[in-house]
Each structure stands twice: as structure tokens, then as C-alpha cells.
Design a protein around this ligand. Structure first.
Ligand SMILES: *Cc1c(COP(=O)(O)O)cnc(C)c1O
Length: 421
């Protein structure tokens, strides 16, 4: 009973605290009441091992192992249908329970033990699941990093083309976690065909921007597979999804089930499908405002003296703003000071940091998607930049700034861009 009370108290504490914070972790978001309803629904108690078998003459063929999935089959069918429409894909697999698992499924489907893969190095924005310390390690995949242009904050196309022709990877990964500008993907389609490689686009961060039609459209640009998390810029519950061309459908489906999942998370699939329906209606407005807010925050921070990356390119085309704070204490100190003021962001390695700098990297990464989802606009971003300056540049005590943070956040307590706002 004591533990029970303590835990319920902790849930209350978390919700009270984060409702009074400026939440700007670039990989987080908040969900609508309807998505929350799905996540807490009976689907979370159930099993639906197996896959939806497809459609014959308008009748769905279900390959399930347990009884009781009649209603869920319709949910999963809608999740797949809406995914294919939203991301211009021939096939969708909604089974993966996270973004990293989506990547693991894709590796299992498209590579063999010991094969080479190419992607960004972690300081340049690659995700751990692109490397052998994480998902890529299970198949002992050998990662080779693309040459990166630190000025442009993007892959150096000419040098990377040369590298890929020499290395002949089995999978070429695009997309990443530090992600300001669309990646060159079309440029690599021909080479991929030439060397027999597949192109995997990791849309974990930018899925919501893609759904809103405001970032690149990877499946149209030539990706074989697009993997993603469903909870970063895409405002769904935590989970994963894979989109692919039909020619990879069988291998992707088999790698997901029975390959890596037995049951999947039915409540996640239901919540994700609701978020897809919301994004059909509101996605464009949400993605547009998210990017506008990122640009506004970046230029305000720049004007106030922060070393924001890529001024010459308008700072960002995504939900992210990245600043080099190595001259004002480093990423760890700034992120910790911000937290004391209820501003939640993360420290981040930058392309010129080596991995030894992981404990105190040069950068901070700020995401505008969640506060946009709560209704904030450009003027709020300007105000947030001012609060950040007070702490990081003026050296004002974060505890003092916290009062202004709570005051600002008071006006934004309802999730927007959804049917039940
Ligand atoms: C976050 C992230 C992932 C992993 O997603 P999870 O849902 O946390 O497992 C994979 N790839 C990239 C690029 C990411 O940023």
C-alpha cells in the first residue's frame, strides 16, 4: 500500500511538473486525449500474434494465432492503410514496438551477418541504433560513416558517393537524430541500384513533418524502407513503424513477426492510427508552425548572442535548433541550468566533437514540436529565447527565471491540432 501510494504520487508529481515546463526535448511530444484513450484501452490487455495477411477481392485475410482479434484486425488494417497514404508507401508494417526495433527489423530483413552499412557518425547526427553498440551490433554489421560537411550540417554528397562506391554497403542509411536539413537521398538512388544496396531512411525524428508534407518525402525520393518512431515530431504514442516498397514486404513482415516480435503493442497501434487520422486533418498546419517556431527560436537566440548553427542556411528546416555552447560552459552545464528553470532540453555532441566529449559535449539541441502542439507561436519562441539568455549568458539564477517559465506555460495547457482540443 505504501509503494502503491508512493507510485501514484510520483505519477501526479511528474504530470504537475512537466505541465509547468517548457518541454523542448526534440524526440518527445504530447498526445491528444483520444490517443491517450487508445493507449489506456482494452487493446493494451490483448494479444494479436501474427500479421494481417492482406486483401483478396476486398476481403481481408488475417493470419492470427489467437481468437479475439476481430475488432483489432480492423484497427490494424486502418493503421496500415493510413500509413501507406500518409507516407506514400506501398506497404506498412505497424508491428515494431519502437524506432530502434524498426531499424533492427530492417537490418534483419535486408542484410546478412557482417554486412556493411553506411550512415552518419554519432557526432554528425547518427543514432546509436545505426552502430554496433546497439541494433546494428546484433548482426555484427560494419558501419562506415559518410563524410560530413560541418558548415552545411549535411552529408558531403560527392565525397560520400565516392566512399559508397568503394565500400559497397548492403544498406545505406539516411536520416538521423541531429537533423536540421533534409538529406540527399535522390542523389544516391542510382548508386544504390548499381551496387545492389538498399536505401533505408530513418525518419524517427521527422515523421510528423513528413506526414504534414513539410519535410522531404523519402518514399517518393527513392527509399526502399522508411523506419520511424511514432512519438517524436509525430504526435502518437511511443512505438515504431516501417514503410517499404512491395518488393521488401515479405522480408520486412517476416523479420518483424515472427523475427523479432511475438505480440505487438495493440494499444500503441490504436493510438498511432488515431494520431494518423488527426495528422490527416491538422498535420500540415502543425508541421508548418513547428518549423516556423524553430526558425523563430533560432534567430532570436542568434540575435541574443548564442552561437546557433547554420545562420547562412536560415538555421533549420526541421523542428530542431542546434547551438554550440562550448564557450559558455558546455552542453551539460547549460542543459542542467535550464532544467532548474523548468526548461527541458538536452546536451548534444556536435560533428566536431569526438566521442570522449560525450560527458560534456559542445552542443545543445532544442525541439519546438511539443510546445507547438500545445499552441505556442513565434512570439512565444522569442520569449523563450529571452529566458534562455538570462540563464546562459546573463548568469541570472535559474530559480528566478523559473517563475517566468511557469507564467508563460500557464497559457498553454491544452493539446492542439487534434479533434478533441
Ligand atoms: C530516436 C531515434 C531512434 C530510436 O527510436 P526509439 O523509438 O527511441 O527506439 C532511431 N533512429 C533515430 C534517428 C532516432 O533519433
Amino acid at each position: 500500500m505504501d509503494y502503491y501510494k508512493e507510485l501514484l504520487g510520483l505519477i501526479d508529481e511528474q504530470e504537475r511538473w512537466r505541465a509547468n515546463c517548457i518541454n523542448m526535448i526534440a524526440s518527445e511530444n504530447v498526445t491528444s486525449k483520444a490517443v491517450q484513450r487508445a493507449v489506456a484501452s482494452d487493446f493494451g490487455h490483448r494479444y494479436a500474434e501474427g500479421l494481417l495477411g492482406g486483401e483478396v477481392n476486398g476481403v481481408h485475410i488475417f493470419e492470427r494465432f489467437y481468437q479475439g482479434t476481430r475488432v483489432f484486425d480492423r484497427v490494424e488494417h486502418l493503421a496500415m492503410k493510413l500509413s501507406k497514404e500518409s507516407f506514400h508507401a506501398e506497404h506498412a508494417n505497424v508491428v515494431p514496438i519502437s524506432g530502434a526495433v524498426s531499424n533492427l527489423v530492417t537490418y534483419k530483413a535486408l542484410a546478412k551477418y557482417g554486412d556493411k552499412i553506411t550512415g552518419l557518425s554519432i557526432p554528425s547526427g547518427g543514432h546509436i541504433s545505426h552502430t554496433k553498440v546497439s541494433a546494428a551490433g546484433f548482426l555484427s554489421l560494419q558501419e562506415v560513416a559518410y563524410p560530413f560537411d560541418n558548415e552545411e550540417m549535411n552529408i558531403d554528397v560527392d565525397a560520400a558517393k565516392k566512399m559508397v562506391l568503394e565500400e559497397k554497403p548492403k544498406i545505406m542509411i539516411f536520416g538521423g537524430s541531429l537533423f536540421l536539413f533534409p538529406h540527399p537521398l535522390r542523389e544516391f538512388r542510382e548508386i544504390a541500384d548499381q551496387i545492389g544496396a538498399s536505401i533505408m531512411y530513418d525518419a524517427a525524428h521527422v515523421l510528423g513533418l513528413i506526414a504534414g508534407g513539410k519535410f522531404q518525402d523519402p518514399m517518393t525520393e527513392g527509399a526502399d524502407v522508411m523506419t520511424a518512431s511514432t512519438h517524436k515530431t509525430f504526435p502518437g504514442p511511443q512505438g515504431g513503424v516501417i514503410l517499404c516498397k512491395n518488393k521488401h514486404k515479405k522480408r520486412i513482415d517476416n523479420a518483424a513477426f515472427p523475427g523479432l516480435m511475438s505480440n505487438h503493442h495493440l494499444h500503441h497501434v490504436a493510438g498511432y492510427a488515431i494520431a494518423l487520422a488527426e495528422m490527416k486533418e491538422y498535420g500540415k498546419a502543425y508541421a508548418t508552425q513547428t518549423i516556423k517556431n524553430a526558425k523563430a527560436l533560432a534567430s532570436s537566440l542568434h540575435e541574443l548572442g548564442f552561437n546557433v548553427l547554420c545562420e547562412h542556411k536560415g538555421f533549420t528546416e526541421s523542428h530542431q535548433v542546434v547551438a554550440d555552447v562550448s564557450k559558455i560552459g558546455g552542453g551539460t552545464k547549460i542543459a542542467e541550468e535550464f532544467e532548474k528553470a523548468n526548461i527541458i532540453i538536452n546536451k548534444n555532441l556536435l560533428p566536431w566533437d569526438n566521442l570522449e566529449k560525450t560527458a560534456n559535449p559542445s552542443g545543445i539541441r532544442i525541439g519546438t514540436q511539443e510546445m507547438t502542439k500545445m499552441g505556442m507561436k513565434e512570439t512565444d519562441m522569442k520569449e523563450i529565447a529571452g529566458l534562455m539568455k538570462k540563464i546562459a549568458i546573463d548568469g541570472m539564477s535559474p530559480e528566478k527565471v523559473k517563475k517566468d517559465v511557469i507564467e508563460l506555460r500557464k497559457n498553454y495547457q491544452k493539446v492542439q491540432y487534434c479533434f478533441d482540443q
